[in-house]
Write a new protein. Structure first.
Length: 232
DNA sequence: AGCACA
């Protein structure tokens, strides 16, 4: 009843997406948002009248999809709560990995012209957006220094300091994460210093709540965000 | 609301 009677699937189906967002941005943001739950094999979004506002995110493991369905249910994404279910059918990229992929001839309404060019089986990794490849932040993974020492050194502040972000992080991505917490005001990316940002809240109680909730949140698997109070 | 793989 919660997510319908659809059995678990490696791929999640998302609807109620903001239709004004361009396809490529949407796919990249979905990739960033969901990669915290596991390895993503593909993100599919079409802009056709029938399919806009929807997307599929394919995980390499079913449990990753299950966690995503539960934990990201109704997550405010581009100002609209995501509605997430398991996909009804197996994604092509999954079938290809299993070797069970049959070029689409099971579609009744589709003309059979499309499958002609399906001869070539290219690696499906090309569809993954800003993957885990060239994005190392120019050096070894920064060490976590979010021990109590840092907490004590920096007094509470309504402004949060965010580090260890992937360089391709956009203000919009951070807004989506932080705006769900009461008192959120704005995100400020520092153009001159990629990988860091400031997030303003109305007061330090509210900023603390957001910090607790989002500290360590991974925008990509190797980028747990480090959140501290900004220095005054 | 709408389940595809341009």
């Amino acid at each position: 009843m919660l997510s319908g009677d659809i059995p678990p699937n490696q791929t999640i189906y998302i609807k109620n997406l903001n239709e004004k967002i361009k396809k490529d941005e949407l796919k990249r943001s979905l990739y960033c948002l969901f990669s915290q739950y596991g390895r993503i094999l593909d993100v599919v979004a079409l802009k056709t009248p029938k399919l806009r506002g929807q997307a599929w995110v394919c995980f390499s493991e079913v449990p990753a999809a299950s966690n995503a369905v539960r934990q990201m249910q109704n997550f405010p994404f581009y100002d609209k709560p995501m509605r997430i279910q398991y996909a009804k059918t197996k994604s092509d990229c999954i079938a290809k990995e299993e070797g069970s992929y049959v070029p689409r001839e099971k579609k009744k309404k589709q003309e059979e012209k499309a499958e002609r060019k399906r001869r070539a089986d290219e690696a499906q990794q090309s569809a993954v957006p800003n993957g885990t490849h060239g994005a190392s932040n120019g050096g070894p993974t920064p060490s976590f220094r979010q021990g109590p020492s840092t907490q004590e050194a920096v007094p509470p502040n309504n402004i949060l300091f965010i580090e260890n972000l992937p360089h391709e992080t956009t203000g919009r991505m951070l807004e989506m994460l932080f705006e769900q917490y009461p008192g959120f005001k704005e995100v400020r990316l520092i153009e001159a210093k990629p990988g860091i940002a400031f997030v303003d809240f109305d007061d330090e109680v509210q900023s603390s709540m957001a910090m607790q909730a989002l500290n360590g949140f991974k925008i990509t698997p190797q980028n747990p965000m480090i959140i501290t109070f900004a220095k005054k």
